[in-house]
Each structure stands twice: as C-alpha cells, then as structure tokens.
Design a protein around this ligand. Sequence first.
Ligand SMILES: [Zn+2]
Length: 191
Amino acid sequence: MTARTHDAFAFASLVTAVAYYPPTTLNLYTLFAALIGNIIGALIPDMDSAGNRLWDLLPGGDGLGKFARRVFYKHRTITHSLVGLYLTYRLLDWGLPKIFNSNFIDPKLLMISIMIGYISHLFADSLTEEGVPLFFPINFNFGIPPIKKVRIKTGGWFENLVILPGVGIYLVWFITTHREVLIRIFALIRG
Ligand SMILES: [Zn+2]
C-alpha cells in the first residue's frame, strides 16, 4: 500500500476506535499529538524502506534511510510482524512518558493512537499480494483473503480507485452515524 492509503486507513481506524472506546479526558495538545502520532504510527512499519517519508523528515534522513534499507535487507520483515509491533509498543510505553509532560500531553492516548496507526498499516498491507510476515521470523506471509491471486497490487488501480475512495466513504458514513459520541469527545476539550 502507498503512504497515502496508509494515512487514510490509520485515520479511519483512529476515528472508529475513539467512537467505540471514547477517552474520559482530552485536551487540545493531546488531540493534535494523537492525530500526528497516528500518521507517524502508520509510517513506522515502512521505515525498512529508504523512500519512507519519515526518513525525509529527519536531517540526514536520506543516508539513514539507505542504511536502514541495508539493515533490514528486505522490505516487509520485522517491522511488519507481531514481534515488531510488540517491540514498538514497549519502546513507546517506556519512552513517551519520559519525552512528554503529562500535564499537556497524555502519553497513554498518544501511544494508543500511534499503535492504532501501526496496526492499521499491518492490516492494510495484508490486503496486498505480498501479504505481511506477521509471524516473523517464521517464514510465512499472512494475507487477507488467504489466496494471493485475489489480493491487491500496491499502488494499482484497485487501491487508488476503490480502496482509497472506499475509506473516504466509510469515514463520511461512520462520522454521520456516530456524530453524537464524536461531538461528546470534542466537548471534553472545552470541559
Ligand atoms: Zn508496509
């Protein structure tokens, strides 16, 4: 999947999760941090490829990205697995409360938002032909549906003309049908 599709999947997943499990407190800083974190989370798994936008954001990221590409030797390995997901979770759970002042940004909400982005990335990639090595280091690529032939080609017409607009339509439908709970979440900011 392309970065654009991953962003869309991540945002749709975040909105869905937040409607079903609304936070009890929320402030403006945490909201923005969560929105940005959600996109970053959706980009983390593809840091194993040099062209990743996260590398572009870092100074000297170009060289770092090329280095990462060599370390991971192959696109879609540990960063697209449950092991990678778990390690990222542990790292964020340990690091975020040290980085952010919890009076301004709720590190728990930020972490959940990043993880939702990450998980949505693995889900979206599992819809593609290549699938994801979810059980890395076991050499097996997981895909939905299990038959490779019927899965999507990354960056192909189906992704751009069906999946991406589909996520947009889903969002409009979901926000319309869940507006009360979503409005209540925004009301937390003023409260
Ligand atoms: Zn990926």
